[in-house]
Design a protein around this ligand. Structure first.
Ligand code: HAS
Ligand code: HEM
Ligand code: CU
Length: 555
């Protein structure tokens, strides 16, 4: 039976190239993660504490921006092509955005890593959030800008594919996977506007010396305008896989197509007007605006709670198709030996915990307790670091045969690898949450509390440190196994194993979804309106207080 690579060989190449860049970033990022985890916990120090921030920047950029987003563009290219059932309009455009994104990535990475070599007059120790007053070499920001423009072109590529398809299918519902891609990209266009303004109008001219000062609170606010929606940009590929692939792997079908559409529309509407929940402790933003951001954030829980319901219901349906029974014993009937299923299901389970720590972050008063402590890395290693990263690794085991025509090199290694990730993250992120409650800060090479001690008493900082170090080791080894498995699959001679790449119709199909859900222009309009409402006044008062380019306050 012909699979993706046979039907769309050109597109399959782009998807594989995107995955290759993603996985290289994953490997380097994970190595830096291990080094910094061991450094912070005082278990093993192979770098200077000054270089810690260079590695931390590289870790954040390579994992949270490069790995996730390169995987996303690969996955979305696959999803758009297969769900429209036609080749992309012009493969040269596709390679053009891939090339631009890759060049941007290389430039930004070189600027960061150069910071390790004092002989080279270049550095970018600005962390992956890169707002002022930290300043990087211009090459870093230019690389970043190229990367973002590349993603905009990728979105254009998929919208052009949509237009062609629509021309021939004027009355059909947008296929679900394509719907997910298009709504996610609308959110991305709305939200990247903030970071583009910050980079192009302030950070690049400032790093080139064309302007003397910037307004740090303005660049921070523009960053977080983008910095919250970007977390859903990472999450939506995982949701796409949980909604459309996981139910099938579980042996069943998606519970409801219309509900899935509602969820993605809610993300378009609500993802952006919440960014200020990262700035609860920032002076210069009035309490009332923070309160509005908190309220919006609580509404934004809804699409994820709907997802928990729909995806678990679909998985349960699958288990019952396989003979599962009882209130909970159906869980045992699931295909736990399949690395793709097990990885995604474990990622989803951990997301439930990460979601709860997010709710705690979002409460304005409790946030004062956890902000800037290790609690926050605990939260996001469960969300982006597991819900997203583990789903992407698990999804690779299902996608690779369709993209290459080859069977996965070793399914047992795959299974071991996803389980190791889960266990490693249970240790590392739980301990990080606990450390945060003790007040251990994030983003520091020298958290000078109790020194590491192998006979640390249970409940002490020493015990927590050991758990972080042990977890990080398991995580790193898991990545090594993953990369080995993928490389060995790629290196295999082509064997024409039959590939099961079908996705069954949802139990409640798209024909039941209200037509208005597919009205993308309407949702874009409302999303923009909500953003204008949430951000006009805070931005106006920030500019009014300190000027567009900072300087002394003009009260
Ligand atoms: Fe967050 C900080 C609030 C979700 C990432 N977050 C961060 C940072 C990152 C990040 C990277 O309000 C740090 C940024 C920095 O460097 O400073 N976050 C939330 C809230 C949510 C949330 C309310 N975050 C995410 C996701 C991320 C992510 C998703 C990445 C992908 N976060 C915050 C706040 C801060 C913050 C504050 C600032 C903290 C500070 O002070 O600095 C919500 O979206 C969470 C909703 C999730 C749920 C869970 C639903 C459960 C599901 C599981 C389904 C089960 C399955 C299993 C599939 C309600 C969907 C089925 C299998 C079977 C076997 C049955
Ligand atoms: C930060 C370890 C995987 C994203 C950190 C920190 C540690 C760590 C210890 C906190 C450093 C500090 O605040 O001083 C690890 C290990 C990993 C891993 C051992 C697995 C091998 C990931 C993955 C992602 C990720 C898969 C995302 C896809 C981040 C981000 C930061 C971070 C965004 C924050 C950087 C900053 O504060 O600027 N990591 N991590 N990590 N990690 Fe990871
Ligand atoms: Cu957020």
């Amino acid at each position: 039976m012909a699979t993706f690579v046979d039907k769309f060989p050109d597109e399959a190449k782009v998807v594989q190239a995107s995955f290759a860049v993603a996985f290289i970033a994953l490997g380097i990022g994970a190595l830096f993660g291990l080094i910094q985890a061991l450094h912070r916990t005082n278990v093993l120090r192979v770098i200077d504490s000054v270089d810690y921030y260079t590695l931390l920047t590289a870790h954040g950029v390579l994992l949270a921006l490069v790995f996730t987003i390169f995987f996303l563009v690969g996955l979305f290219t696959w999803a758009v092509t297969r769900s429209f059932g036609r080749a992309l309009p012009d493969i040269r455009l596709t390679w053009a955005w891939f090339g631009l994104m890759t060049t941007g990535t290389v430039l930004a990475t070189v600027a960061i890593v150069a910071g390790l070599f004092p002989q080279i007059p270049m550095s970018a120790d600005v962390l992956y959030t890169f707002y002022a007053p930290l300043q990087a070499h211009p090459i870093f920001y230019i690389g970043l800008a190229m990367f973002i423009i590349g993603t905009w072109m990728a979105g254009a590529d998929w919208f052009l594919a949509y237009r062609e398809w629509r021309g021939e299918n004027p009355d059909s519902r947008i296929p679900l996977q394509a719907f997910m891609v298009l709504t996610t990209m609308i959110m991305w266009y709305v939200s990247t506007l903030g970071v583009a303004v910050s980079v192009v109008f302030f950070l690049i001219p400032w790093s080139l010396g064309l302007i003397e000062t910037v307004n740090p609170l303005l660049t921070r606010t523009l960053f977080w305008y983008f910095g919250h929606p970007v977390v859903y940009f990472w999450l939506m590929p995982a949701y796409l896989l949980w909604y459309t692939v996981l139910p099938k792997l579980a042996g069943g079908r998606l519970f409801s197509d219309p509900l899935a559409r509602v969820v993605f529309v809610l993300f378009v509407l609500l993802s952006t007007p919440v960014g200020i929940h990262h700035q609860y402790v920032d002076p210069g933003i009035a309490e009332g605006f923070k309160f509005i951001a908190m309220t919006n954030t609580m509404f934004l829980l809804l699409p994820s709670l709907l997802t928990a319901f729909t995806v678990v219901a679909s998985v349960e349906h699958g288990a019952r198709q396989r003979g599962g029974e009882g209130y909970l014993s159906w869980l045992g009937a699931l295909p736990w030996r399949d690395p793709a299923f097990a990885g995604m299901a474990l990622a989803g389970l951990m997301f439930a915990a990460g979601g709860f720590s997010g709710m705690i972050n979002a409460g304005m008063n409790i946030n004062y307790l956890v902000h800037n402590t290790l609690w926050v890395p605990g939260h996001f290693h469960m969300t982006v670091g597991t819900a997203v990263a583990l789903t992407m690794m698990a999804g690779t085991y299902w996608l690779l045969p369709q993209l290459t025509g080859k069977a996965v090199y070793s399914r047992p290694i795959g299974l071991l690898q996803v389980i190791m990730w889960f266990i490693g993250m249970v240790f590392m992120s739980n301990a990080m949450h606990r450390a945060g409650l003790f007040g251990v800060p994030r983003r520091t090479a020298e958290p000078q509390y109790q020194n590491f001690d192998f006979v640390a008493a249970v409940g002490s900082v020493g015990e927590i440190r050991m758990q972080i170090a042990f977890g990080s080791l398991l995580l790193f080894l898991s990545v090594v196994l993953f990369l080995f498995n993928v490389a060995a699959t790629w290196a295999d001679d082509r064997v024409d194993t039959p590939v099961d790449d079908t996705i069954p119709e949802p139990l409640s199909p798209s024909s039941g979804a209200p037509l208005v859900l597919d009205n993308l222009a309407l949702w874009t309009g409302i999303a923009v309106l909500l953003v204008v409402l949430a951000y006009t006044l805070p931005l106006a008062s920030i500019v009014n207080d300190a000027g567009l380019l900072g300087g002394s306050p003009t009260f």
